[in-house]
Ligand binder design. Structure first.
Ligand code: AMP
Ligand code: MG
Length: 456
């Protein structure tokens, strides 16, 4: 019934499913509103880049051949400022130089720009003390991009550099994918909302808020549901509400306790479970699965609008394909021969309730699914490395993602674990800015070793 995967297998399984999901739709967004959203169109160069041979230094535009013997004294015939076009009939003649500023168009006849540091000026004469190769300090027309070239691609996240590129081709609006709506459902009898004073044995619901913030960062739109108690009926109602969204994230209720009902209730929606545990710490009880549209999950509305031939009405769902699938482990989507297409499911993650586990399992598993629903081209998870500051001792068996502090300065980064009381220690995550990734076969890591880290 339960399947516990290695970290890598679990991550790959999510990635394989994520490769088949599609965003809800597209919309035009003002350039700055498009920040962090995913491009739904290519952005083309509207002119050559650069549009003119661009000087990259302040100095003198020259003919390189004039500098075969140095020092060479040339006659200054004019000054070219950035933003000012050179007369199209002008041509730099042998023995001549033109004062030029960074970003200004080099004149016809010039094939190099000498930096001002290698020159001395007297009246209209300039003496140059360095030879120049042809092309030095001039970027030729269209060397960076030709008119019509694709500068940005659909599926790219619109970060500050993408926004700069869009601005440079005159785009004040961008076609982006609509953000996926991601339902957040915290479960637990002990939970109270943040504006209610907790009784002595109660806990404030923080996971809804950490998850919502992580959804924002990943490019989704969080939809916050009320707290679900550990009771079948109410949990079922709230899961049904959550299935209206494009993705459902639950927190808590996935461990082995008597009142951990999440998997049981999801199974009533004919859920298919891809994993019900991962060999990691924190986050071991993490759950990933999907529910067929019609078994509680509505079809994706906008796509049925886009293409009526692909409408996901219940009549198309082959109920026989679902028989016996209630609680099984399924293989990768490619290997399946199901009657339902991948978009005819709603995916869900059951994240463990311990706050640090919730945060870590979101980053490791929920994030790639949200990014895919947001339209992003899949990318591999990569861990960067930093030097370990103080020794780590752990028990082998699980891959660990332990809260840590990356400090130092410039090239001297070093990292060390935060002291913590386990995955329920929300205070420890406040000071941490990353997680040290410890392979399952390591018991001791010595100071000075390079260790992989996952940034927070
Ligand atoms: P569970 O996964 O439901 O067994 O919960 C594990 C631990 O996480 C328990 O100590 C819970 O009180 C705590 N917890 C569960 N959900 C939340 C939440 N939404 N916010 C803060 N702590 C939580
Ligand atoms: Mg619980």
């Amino acid at each position: 019934m339960a399947s516990v995967l290695s970290f890598e297998d679990a991550r790959h399984l999510v990635e394989q499913h994520a490769a088949f999901v599609r965003p809800r739709g597209k919309e035009l967004a003002a350039l700055l509103d498009a920040q962090n959203m995913i491009l739904a169109e290519p952005v083309l160069a509207d002119r050559n880049f650069p549009p003119f041979p661009r000087a990259t230094r302040d100095g003198y535009a020259v003919r390189g051949a004039d500098l075969a013997q140095i020092p060479a004294t040339l006659q200054v015939v004019g000054e070219i400022r950035a933003g000012v076009a050179v007369d199209s009939t002008f041509m730099l003649q042998p023995g001549q130089a033109a004062a030029i500023m960074t970003g200004a168009p080099a004149p016809a006849g010039a094939d190099a720009v000498v930096m001002i540091e290698y020159t001395s000026r007297e009246g209209d004469q300039v003496t140059i003390t360095r030879t120049m190769a042809a092309g030095e300090n001039i970027v030729p027309v269209a060397a960076e991009a030709k008119r019509g070239d694709r500068l940005l691609f659909p599926g790219m996240r619109s970060d500050h550099a993408a926004i700069a590129l869009a601005a440079s081709v005159g785009r004040s609006r961008l076609l982006v994918y609509s953000k996926p709506r991601v339902a957040v459902l915290a479960t637990g009898d002990e939970l109270v909302d943040i504006d209610i004073p907790p009784e002595p044995a109660q806990i404030r619901n923080s996971n809804t808020y950490s998850i919502a913030a992580q959804i924002h960062a990943a490019g989704g739109e969080p939809v916050l549901l009320p707290i679900a108690p550990d009771r079948h009926r109410r949990l079922r109602e709230l899961i049904a509400d959550g299935l209206q969204a494009d993705l459902l994230l639950l927190s808590g209720g996935v461990s082995m306790g008597k009142y951990d009902l999440v998997e049981e209730v999801l199974a009533k929606f004919k859920a298919e479970f891809f994993f019900t545990g991962v060999q990691i710490q924190p986050g071991r009880p993490a759950v990933f699965g999907r529910i067929p549209c019609g078994a509680g999950a509505p079809a994706h509305e906008s796509r049925s609008h886009d293409d009526p031939a692909e409408s996901h009405d219940e009549s198309r769902i082959d109920q026989s394909a679902l028989k016996g699938r209630g609680f099984s482990r399924a293989d990768t989507p490619q290997k399946e021969s199901r009657a339902l297409a991948p978009e005819e499911y709603k995916y869900f993650f059951g994240l463990p309730g311990n706050p640090v586990s919730t945060m870590v399992t979101f980053e490791l598993f929920a994030r790639p699914m949200i990014e895919a629903l947001a339209g992003m081209t899949p990318k591999n998870l990569i861990f960067v490395h930093a030097k370990l500051k103080s020794e780590i001792k752990t028990k082998p068996g699980l891959k660990r993602f332990l809260p840590a502090i990356l400090s130092g300065e410039f090239e001297q980064a070093e990292v060390e674990l935060v002291r913590w009381q386990g995955s329920g220690d929300i205070a420890a995550t406040g000071t941490a800015n990353c997680y040290i990734v410890i392979p399952p076969d390591r018991e001791r890591i010595a100071p000075g070793e390079w260790v992989p880290i996952l940034m927070k």
